[in-house]
Design a protein around this ligand. Structure first.
Ligand code: SF4
Ligand code: SF4
Length: 437
């Protein structure tokens, strides 16, 4: 059987066996939820509630703060206790959050619109916007913006990213098995919005059960389920598009430049929930996993639930817990506190037992990072130029094409942390250029 893929990449231990056979469990809503106004890429939402307001589950509590922004909804029925600054795990600094105490069972405020078949493209986009849907694979880019390319960009292909190439994480795998009908209906809705005649669902070969299941469901439709080689970062947008369509997204460009839109599995399911079931985005599925978790599992939890509550639900931490990551080990963010709440983009909590600080050594010019870089870059050189503050030269060497996948650092025998320096170099370069790319 043909396995689609791209050049470069690596194959870290998958560790999916910890949770892949655990069916999704729904967690009871916690007594308190902590909902950041910055729960998406772009401008933070503006609060439309104040302290002591009562709120229903699904009620709007924040409105978009700009074009690239999203609505926020209450994940529970209760009372707004405070709006205060809390440490934001992605931004790495205190940012405003709405703290809501749950006071009763869910009393829902649903979205209000007609049957989806009767809605126009514009009306469907408005429903998705009103539902507060953002990229749930981690990017948190507002979905209504991504599904509405500017005039002049013709989209002919829609791709669902079912690769889930990050080690440890298994939630998309579970969703493709347990909520496949919703996923397929979500794909049809997106195809109507984009006006595409063709869609693909790309699944890595380590999820054959999900692949077979989806293939059966899509056998007589314009949705083609394709098998991808299990390799990291197979789920990175540019690598996924190349593997499936042979099209190369230009450096500095977007998938829409080659006629493609990509959405993560769970985002497409959220679209179905909003458009068909009238439910705004107040919860998400995620994996709680790692060798240092007592009972690794896949759960559905309300946005704003804390890591502590999730870890407790998964049986607590083992004594040798060393490293806590929001997300997976390749692209996740290491955090050192359990009181942080999950965001719309939190795909997992991974707790590792082994992470002794790697001992860094000088580069031995082995070229492993060069051979493995999926973007064809020279990571050792970008690292060197970044450290020497030679920003323009780093850009000439392809700095901006780096997708920050972490492959170079992973394969490096000298344990050089290229990605940290590359990210910093990009930031400094952009700041020096006045924010212009
Ligand atoms: S240089 Fe960037 S794109 Fe290449 S492997 Fe490193 S992080 Fe990934
Ligand atoms: S993998 Fe590490 S040691 Fe090898 S060339 Fe790249 S930076 Fe140098």
């Amino acid at each position: 059987m043909k396995l689609l893929t791209f050049k470069g990449g690596t194959h870290p231990p998958e560790k999916k066996e910890l949770a892949k056979d655990k069916a999704l469990l729904r967690m009871d809503p916690p007594q308190f939820v902590y909902v950041f106004l910055s729960n998406h890429a772009g401008a933070p939402a503006k609060p439309v509630v104040k302290e002591n307001d009562t709120v229903k589950t699904g009620q709007i509590i924040g409105e978009p703060g700009g074009f690239i922004s999203a609505y926020l909804h209450s994940p529970v029925t209760g009372v707004v206790r405070k709006i205060d600054k809390l440490y934001h795990p992605v931004q790495g600094r205190p940012m405003e959050a709405i703290v809501i105490e749950r006071t009763s069972e869910d009393d829902w405020q649903f979205l209000d619109h007609s049957e989806w078949e009767s809605l126009s493209k514009e009306q469907l986009l408005e429903v998705i916007k009103k539902a507060g849907i953002v990229g749930l694979g981690g990017a948190m880019f507002p979905t209504h913006v991504k599904l509405n390319p500017p005039a002049g960009k013709t989209i002919d292909t829609f791709i669902v990213n079912g690769a889930e190439c990050e080690p440890y994480l298994t939630v998309d795998h579970r969703l493709m098995l347990e909520q496949a009908e919703d996923l397929v209906l979500g794909v049809k809705i997106v195809m109507k919005i984009l006006g595409t005649k063709k869609a693909y669902i790309g699944v890595e070969s380590n999820k054959m059960d999900a692949y077979e299941h989806l293939k059966r469901l899509c056998s007589d439709s314009s949705i083609e389920v394709v098998l991808l080689r299990t390799k990291y970062p197979q789920g990175a947008e540019k690598q996924l598009i190349y593997a499936i369509t042979d099209r190369k997204v230009p450096v500095g460009g977007l998938p829409m430049d080659v006629g493609v839109v990509v959405q993560n599995v769970q985002t497409v399911i959220a679209i179905k929930r909003a458009v068909v079931d009238r439910k705004p985005l107040i919860e998400r599925a995620l994996t709680i996993t790692g060798e240092a978790i007592n009972n690794p599992m896949n759960v559905i939890a309300r946005i704003g639930t804390t890591i502590q509550q999730l870890v407790d639900f998964a049986g607590g931490l083992k004594e040798d817990a060393e490293k806590l990551i929001m997300g997976g080990p390749m692209t996740g963010i290491a955090v050192n506190r359990l009181d942080l709440p999950i965001l719309k983009g939190t795909s997992g909590i991974t707790v590792l037992s082994h992470e002794a600080e790697p001992i860094k050594k000088p580069c031995i010019r082995c070229t492993k990072c060069v051979v493995s870089c999926p973007m064809g870059l020279q990571p050792y050189l970008l690292y060197l130029l970044g450290n020497k503050r030679k920003y323009d030269q780093a850009v000439e060497e392809g700095l901006m094409a780096c997708i920050e996948c972490g492959v170079c650092a992973y394969v490096c025998p000298s344990k050089i942390d290229h990605v940290r320096v590359i990210k910093l170099t990009k930031k400094v370069y952009q700041a020096l250029r006045g924010g212009k790319k």
